[in-house]
Write a protein that binds this ligand. Structure first.
Ligand code: FES
Length: 380
């Protein structure tokens, strides 16, 4: 949506005032026009429109620039051999955008699939990016494609980096005095750069790293260098960690950053009820559960298919059963990949991504949003 602020307000309410159109004469009559005001007039006539342009509401879902990266290293980083770390450099020697801990890349895979992977290298390394991908044979095919096609020398198009879980440094945007990190398995990927940053900044931090077994935990040698700040607990030896174990016993205020499977995040959420001294930041592996959903049907007009969407199912999940090539990535309502246009029916929008203008245009995100009534028709 683009809106010129000068059109939103009558001139007497314009907070930046009006450009001076008639330069008044000099106060003491020395010049026909006051030179100071002539300069001011020129300055503001340029800067005010520029300021107004910058203040225009932006489309937050606007896709970022894409670029080609080349794989220069490939390393197995879990003993079960199912997690591969890939290091990329720019394919055309253009500089890579800088990034901050918690950021991810969107990989546009050769099949047309788009998948997000957290950057797990050193944010201070301006020459390369690193991601890590666990192979999920019965998943949507993205991780298998990464494992089977992105060998050293291969190129891939990416968008980003973008950051959905930025890390606030205590004293600079966070009142926390202790940072607590909780990672489950491959959930270590967005956390690893945070550990590097926390260590580099000399912050007070601790971490719990969990997984099914030691063999399934990626980067185990890499995290062990942080010594006793990291506690590694595996389900096969220690059992499933309780909320108290996940949260730790550091006195508040604490900022807790977590990434892992849904049960781990749910345990954290339950454990933090009533804890006002802990701020929780988290990233899921998978779609959040549907809350207060009602069943409905959706007609995919371009495919001539009608699907039933159960009360506890997303529209995207129902679509994928009949149309497995439907585009998606995050399944959490923030990447915009699953966007469709609704041609009939009312939408219960449950994302934080689409602008009011885009919603007015009939757009919806199938991974989180639903029908407000019994039926929708979408252009898929
Ligand atoms: S898949 Fe990312 S917004 Fe729907």
């Amino acid at each position: 949506m683009t809106e010129d602020p000068s059109e939103r307000y009558p001139s007497k309410f314009r907070p930046w005032g009006e450009p001076v159109t008639q330069v008044p004469p000099h106060l003491y009559g020395r010049w026909k026009r006051d030179p100071l005001l002539r300069i001011a007039n020129g300055f503001f006539s340029v800067t005010i429109p520029a300021f107004a342009h910058l203040m225009r509401p932006r489309n937050l879902a606007e896709p970022s620039t894409s670029r080609d990266l080349k794989v220069v290293a490939r390393e197995i980083v879990a003993h079960d051999k199912d997690v591969v770390a890939l290091t990329f450099v720019s394919a055309d020697d253009t500089p890579l955008p800088r990034w901050t801990p918690g950021a991810h890349l969107d990989l546009l895979l050769p099949s047309g699939r788009m998948r997000e992977y957290s950057l797990c290298g050193d944010p201070a390394d301006s020459g390369s990016y690193r991601i890590a991908v666990r192979r999920i044979p019965d998943g949507g095919g993205g991780s298998v494609e990464v494992h089977e096609t992105l060998h050293v020398g291969a190129t891939v198009t990416v968008k980003g980096p973008r950051n959905g879980m930025p890390m606030a440094v205590p004293g600079h945007g966070s009142s926390a005095e202790h940072l607590r990190f909780v990672a489950g398995g491959i959930g270590i990927t967005p956390i690893l750069p945070m550990l590097i940053a926390a260590e580099r900044l000399g912050l007070d931090w601790s971490m719990l790293y969990t997984g099914r077994s030691t063999d399934t935990i990626p980067f185990i040698e890499e995290v062990e260098r942080f010594g006793d700040k990291i506690e590694i607990r595996t389900d096969d030896v220690h059992g499933i960690p309780t909320p108290d174990v996940l949260i730790g016993d550091a006195p508040g205020p604490v900022a807790l950053y977590a990434c892992g499977p849904v049960p781990m995040l749910e345990a954290l959420r339950v454990g933090l009820i009533g804890r006002n001294d802990v701020e929780l930041h988290y990233e899921r592996f998978s779609a959040p559960p549907v809350v207060d959903g009602k069943p409905f049907t959706a007609t995919l007009s371009e495919s001539d298919i009608t699907v039933d969407v159960a009360a506890d199912e997303t529209l995207l999940a129902a679509v994928l059963k009949r149309k497995p090539d439907a585009a998606y990535s995050c399944k959490q309502g923030f990447c915009g990949t699953c966007r469709v246009t609704v041609t009939d029916g009312l939408v219960d929008h449950r994302d934080q991504t689409l602008t009011p203008f885009e919603r007015d245009q009939g757009q919806m995100l199938t991974c989180v949003s639903r029908a407000a009534g019994d039926h929708l028709t979408i252009d898929l």
